[in-house]
Design a protein around this ligand. Structure first.
Ligand code: ADP
Ligand code: MG
Length: 592
């Protein structure tokens, strides 16, 4: 006898549930989305034991009559699409008609619902796919769906559930997605009887972010909007100083749906390139509105990925919008002085105590920025003023340095200069790096770097593999203004070298350049690789920490800084300047 049988529908649902229902958080997502599709303006989510015991979602949406209530838990039943044409422009969050059937196949479910125009409600219970008949039940209008003991008949899956805390953090994440996507809804999340979030519809997005994350983050966000070719983008973007060590804080929404998209993530990363350190991630809340038929959501069971028909347009629009905002914003790092202890019952701080705190903070700052003991001759390398004037200088704003000569260099590494409303501390290496980097990249964008022939060509030895790398990067090397010529077997000589890097030893530079090309050549596109090379060049050519500068050198540095884009950060994204405001100091010294 044959071994193959057709699975019964309940088995089919249980297997399908594996795709839709991964853990309690997936149930929360599906149920909340159903409530939104039902036109609810108020949704309450109540959880017990991280969702292992109970997940309950109550809404004030359109509700279901007895017939729909019985139908909703059958597989492939939906009210959201009728014909295949509807699939081309889906405006609801759900449409696959499998969530309720899947959920009801792996837990005990009770649903109570009443349509607004009806005087009585109905309820239904389903225990792992076994459905009881629909009966009358008293209910407010709207729908409540309760899901108990998820996976209780599937011990293997139940075992994979994590602690209540972990499951709860996944639930909070899903709740957060919806709360951000739909600022117009009243949303409440309760765990074990305790209210975790109560978000009201009129609060505005920024306030909502403050409540979901922290008020510091909410207040610090920059906002920017852009409308182009039918695509509307609204972004609340973190400052570089708010960057995180994980990319979790990138929330992308497309027409009210939370999505992940590698093109958009790439655009965000590009936009922050050079403003934050490479191993950190920006905080971004990005909202895209565009016609439903310009993308496909039917490419992933949980609909978290979509396919844009014009991904390049979205990429360039996101990148352009964020970048433009950066260029018009003052991104300097504000110094955070220690707050004086003053609350009742605490030790009454003395003036000595407070100034010691400040002294400690300063000492800590300088300890972290210990000078590297290298010495290198630094002669003035003024930025070509006329040439620079062609470009509008952005980033450093609202700051007027006090008249000439009023600055000091400390620890041969930092420059302290008074400003109109306080003072700044500048990291001499970091700022010089940025200055050189900007000049190099602007020149290279225009054509190639100007070079100068070496009187005595310097030769060096290479492996065959390195020679290959040189050949395949010939165009890049030419753009840099470096001229190399074969000089005997496996030997090359540097014939010409960029004028702007006259302080760098040519052979050393070329060796490091080849190493970099070997190391990183494969993992970057042409632009990224050029950027890495310019970073390296700027770092090598810049004045070092621990290097004594003359007054005129410092003046030059300060003058060049004013003319340079993105001067608040070095090309690796570290701050170049820290601002101290006089108001803050006065507060610290109890002068206000
Ligand atoms: P889908 O959302 O893909 O249509 P579901 O299985 O999630 O599939 O839901 C099936 C149907 O049940 C929905 O199309 C909708 O008509 C109805 N439904 C589900 N939840 C609710 C709710 N909270 N309020 C009103 N109707 C609902
Ligand atoms: Mg649904």
């Amino acid at each position: 006898m044959g071994q193959i049988v057709v699975l019964d529908q309940n088995m089919v649902n249980m297997i399908a549930a594996g795709e839709v229902v991964e853990r309690p958080a997936s149930v929360v997502k599906e149920l909340m989305e159903n409530s939104i599709d039902a036109g609810a303006t108020k949704i309450t989510v109540a959880i017990e034991d991280g969702g292992r015991k109970l997940i309950s979602v109550t809404d004030n949406g359109c509700g279901m009559d007895a017939e729909d209530l019985a139908q909703a838990f059958e597989p492939h039943t939906t009210s959201k699409i009728k014909t295949s044409k509807d699939l081309q422009a889906i405006s609801t969050l759900g449409f696959r008609g499998e969530a309720l059937a899947s959920i009801a196949s792996i837990a005990q479910v009770r649903a109570v619902s009443r349509r607004k125009d009806s005087t009585s409600g109905n309820s239904i219970e389903i225990d792992c796919g076994n459905k009881a008949s629909v009966g009358p039940a008293s209910s407010d209008y709207g729908t409540t769906i309760q899901v108990r003991d998820i996976f209780y008949k599937l011990p293997a899956r139940r075992k994979f559930l994590k602690t209540a805390n972990t499951e709860m953090s996944h639930i909070i994440e899903q709740f957060t997605h919806i709360a951000l996507a739909r600022g117009d809804l009243d949303l409440t999340l309760i765990h074990n009887g305790r209210e975790l979030y109560r978000l009201v519809s009129q609060q505005g997005l920024r306030q909502r972010i403050s409540e979901l994350f922290s008020s510091e983050l909410g207040e610090n966000l920059l906002d920017v909007e852009n409308d182009e070719k039918g695509v509307h983008i609204f972004v609340l973007m973190g400052r570089p100083s708010d960057s995180r060590t994980s990319n979790k804080f990138q929330y992308i929404f497309l027409n009210g749906r939370f999505i992940r998209d590698k093109f958009i993530s790439h655009a965000i990363k590009e936009a922050y390139r050079g403003s934050i350190e490479p191993n950190r991630f920006p905080v971004v809340f990005l909202f895209i509105q565009m016609p439903y038929d310009d993308y496909d959501v039917n490419v992933h069971p949980t609909k978290i990925e979509v396919r844009f028909y014009n991904a390049n347009l979205i990429h360039s629009q996101v990148l352009g919008t964020l970048r433009e905002k950066f260029l018009s914003t003052d991104l300097q790092t504000q110094a955070k002085l220690p707050t004086a202890v003053s609350s009742a019952g605490a030790e009454v701080p003395t003036a000595g105590h407070r100034s010691r705190e400040i002294a400690d903070a300063m000492a800590e700052f300088f300890r972290k920025h210990k000078p590297i003991p290298t010495q290198q001759q630094f002669t003035r390398e003024p930025v070509d003023a006329e040439w620079m004037a062609k470009y509008k200088v952005k980033d450093i704003k609202h700051e007027t340095l006090q008249p000439e000569g009023k600055f000091i260099q400390i620890h041969d590494s930092f420059i302290v200069a008074p400003t109109d409303d306080g003072f700044i501390i500048i990291d001499q290496h970091a700022i010089h790096e940025r200055i050189i980097y900007e000049v190099l990249s602007k020149r290279i964008r225009e054509s190639k770097l100007e070079s100068q022939r070496l009187l005595i060509p310097e030769s060096f030895e290479l492996t065959e593999a390195q020679i290959d790398v040189l050949k395949s990067n010939a165009e890049l090397i030419e753009k840099l203004g470096i001229e190399l010529a074969p000089f005997g077997p496996r030997n090359y000589a540097v014939q010409a070298f960029p004028t702007l890097l006259s302080k760098v030893v040519p052979v050393d530079f070329v060796r490091d350049l080849i190493d970099l090309l070997v190391d990183k050549g494969a993992s970057f596109d042409a632009q990224g690789l050029l950027d890495e090379v310019l970073n390296m060049a700027a770092c090598k050519a810049a004045v070092k920490a621990g290097q004594k500068l003359s007054d005129s050198e410092i003046e030059q540095l300060l003058a060049d800084r004013k003319k340079t884009d993105f001067a608040s950060r070095c090309p690796h994204g570290r701050p170049t300047t820290i601002k101290f405001s006089i108001a803050e100091l006065q507060k610290q010294f109890n002068r206000t």
